[in-house]
Design a protein around this ligand. Structure first.
Ligand code: ATP
Ligand code: LTN
Length: 331
């Protein structure tokens, strides 16, 4: 806390075209915080390079992710929207926190295990220490609340442990953050393999619905979604596909799972899949329109980035001078 306002911080990697998992699990919830909070939303490009990126694509997606933040309802006048690598304090505190994070802790991170299996030819040190940089992002702004999808819970717990460890050694320095994980839409699953998370870097296009997908593509992907041999629109064990479609429907409409089951009672899977597609298309339409408008104005996006980086750097500097003093760094 820098003043009497609670601080909210979150980040999204510009590592692919964002999915409805990113939207429902993260960005949509970023808009849910009251006016009297201080909100920082970051495009975490330093995190993205833990996996090999094509530079021109990384640059384009950095603009796109920022534009999506705004298109999803984050007003740059009211939220600090910025790009991680434009505020060097993230890398600086990241290194410092590497020295307060244990090898054993990092070895237990499931995201590291998953990503090193996926990228066996590039298990670099950054992929391993990714969570300390994420802790730095959060702790730099004395964050109270971190809205994320459930897949990030383990990283959040690590950030809390690192904050507590640093505070124990050096006296109160960092606020210990709390995760904020929404009940609905917290883990949207792949449409082709509903046992695994919908991920923006999935090479199977039919498995992911992207925020910027055309309506036809959205409808087609939902129609092809993997379900089971039953035909009742009802949640249940072994019905991962339908469970997932029900949670997507609920997340977009605000209805409960019970209401949804009643609404589609006796209607079969075909009609339900089309209905999920339709609510998705209509929820995304305004976002897509606003996105197109913003992408046509690069100068505006650059001004948002610049302003955001200045504001973020101002607060980051306050924390860094405290950290430097506590550590015994000179000057
Ligand atoms: P990648 O495929 O590159 O690992 P990702 O799709 O998992 O990326 P991130 O940039 O790592 O996305 O995540 C951004 C935010 O979106 C995080 O808060 C994360 O919890 C949330 N998120 C990502 N995928 C989902 C999902 N399928 N369901 C709910 N939330 C998600
Ligand atoms: N690790 C997150 C992205 C991320 C983040 C953060 C989220 C980086 N720094 C700080 C919240 C707060 C991910 O992979 N989804």
């Amino acid at each position: 806390m820098f003043d009497n306002r609670k601080v909210v911080f979150s980040g999204v990697q510009p590592s692919g075209n964002l999915t409805i998992g990113n939207y429902l699990g993260a960005i949509k919830n970023f808009t849910a915080f009251p006016e009297d909070t201080m909100r920082f939303y970051c495009v975490v490009d330093l995190h993205a390079i833990t996996v090999r990126q094509v530079p021109a694509e990384l640059r384009r997606r950095t603009y796109e992710t920022l534009a999506l933040y705004i298109a999803c309802g984050l007003d740059p006048q009211k939220n600090t929207l910025f790009v991680q690598s434009q505020v060097p304090a993230h890398a600086e505190l990241g290194w410092i926190l590497d020295c307060y994070t244990m090898f054993g802790e990092l070895s237990r991170m499931t995201q590291f295990k998953d990503k090193s299996a996926k990228h066996a030819d590039n298990i670099n040190a950054g992929l391993f220490t990714y969570p300390s940089l994420m802790a730095a992002d959060i702790l730099l702004y004395q964050t109270d609340i971190v809205p994320v999808g459930i897949d990030q819970k383990q990283h959040l717990e690590l950030a809390r442990d690192v904050a507590n460890r640093f505070n124990t050694v050096h006296g109160d320095t960092f606020v210990v953050p709390e995760p904020y994980i929404p009940a609905s839409g917290m883990k949207i699953m792949s449409l082709q393999d509903p046992a695994s998370k919908m991920s923006k870097s999935d090479p199977n296009e039919n498995a992911v619905v992207r925020i910027l997908d055309e309506p036809d593509a959205i409808m087609r992907k939902f129609k092809r979604a993997v379900t089971d041999s039953d035909s009742r629109v009802a949640r249940g064990e072994g019905k991962d596909g339908i469970n997932n479609l029900i949670s997507i429907y609920c997340a977009f409409t605000g209805k409960t799972a019970e209401e949804t089951e009643r609404e589609f009672d006796g209607k079969g899977y075909g009609g339900f899949k089309a209905a999920v597609g339709e609510v998705c298309v209509s929820a995304l339409r305004p976002v897509q329109e606003e996105f197109a408008r913003l992408m046509a104005d690069k100068a505006y996006l650059e001004s948002v980035m610049k302003q955001g980086a200045e504001t973020a750097a101002y607060y980051a500097r306050k924390t860094m001078s405290k950290v430097r003093r506590k550590l015994g760094f000179v000057g």
